[in-house]
Design a binder for this molecule. Sequence first.
Ligand code: TMP
Ligand code: ASP
Length: 245
Amino acid sequence: MSTKTKLYEGKAKVLYPTEKPEILLTVYKDDATAFNAQKKGTIKGKGEVNCTVAAALFKSLEKSGIPTHFIDCPSSNQMLVKAVKIIPLEVVVRNIAAGSLSRQTGLKEGAVLDNPLVEYYLKDDDLGDPLLTRDRIFLLNVVTVEQLDILKEMALKINQHLQEFFNRCQITLVDFKLEFGLDQQQSIILADEISPDTCRLWDQNETDEQARVMDKDRFRKDLGAVESAYSQVQSRVLATIDQAN
Ligand code: TMP
Ligand code: ASP
């Protein structure tokens, strides 16, 4: 795959054009950042793990009727995707209190929520991705009322599917972040990635609060053994996909 002029370079991926305007090439990087890029590092093999995990989850979601931008992986850290106009919202779904929800509300980390919580953050690094209210979303004209309803419905359906999938991997899906885009037909489809960078994943075989962490919190909180946790997620996801096929 030729690596010509970049269209866009993000913190974890680089986007390239292809011969077809409706298809883009995403190259997943080993670069890791946290706290709005105030902390920077490298997680060896992360690009490959995240691309492989995201591809497996996108394929599984497609089978259950969720449209995604995924097309194919020409190599282990490269993904061909449908070109979309990204909706500037980070949609976070939470099943268990952790991270900013615990910090901002006092809910104890690990408290199981009665119902999944769907939150919307403005995708804007300069503003530090602020948490939005419904009225602020409409004030900023980010999406219409109908589009927000679709986003919430899709996010909850994705959560249901992923919770079941990760349970089969003996992993608890604590929370995760999604991004959506508008395709050529202006339909909303799932975009970006779903990976240990964008999910909180706890090992159901570990009770220790630090040992159970299998996601980017190992990097954020300097817990060590980041690479082995990422590769463990990849192995379990691939084994679970194989069982289903
Ligand atoms: P938070 O608890 O820090 O708000 O994070 C919620 C979820 O969103 C967690 O699974 C990590 C993910 N996330 C991202 O993917 N990107 C981000 O920039 C942030 C802040 C969180
Ligand atoms: N992805 C975000 C960043 O670097 C934050 C995070 O994942 O913690 O900056």
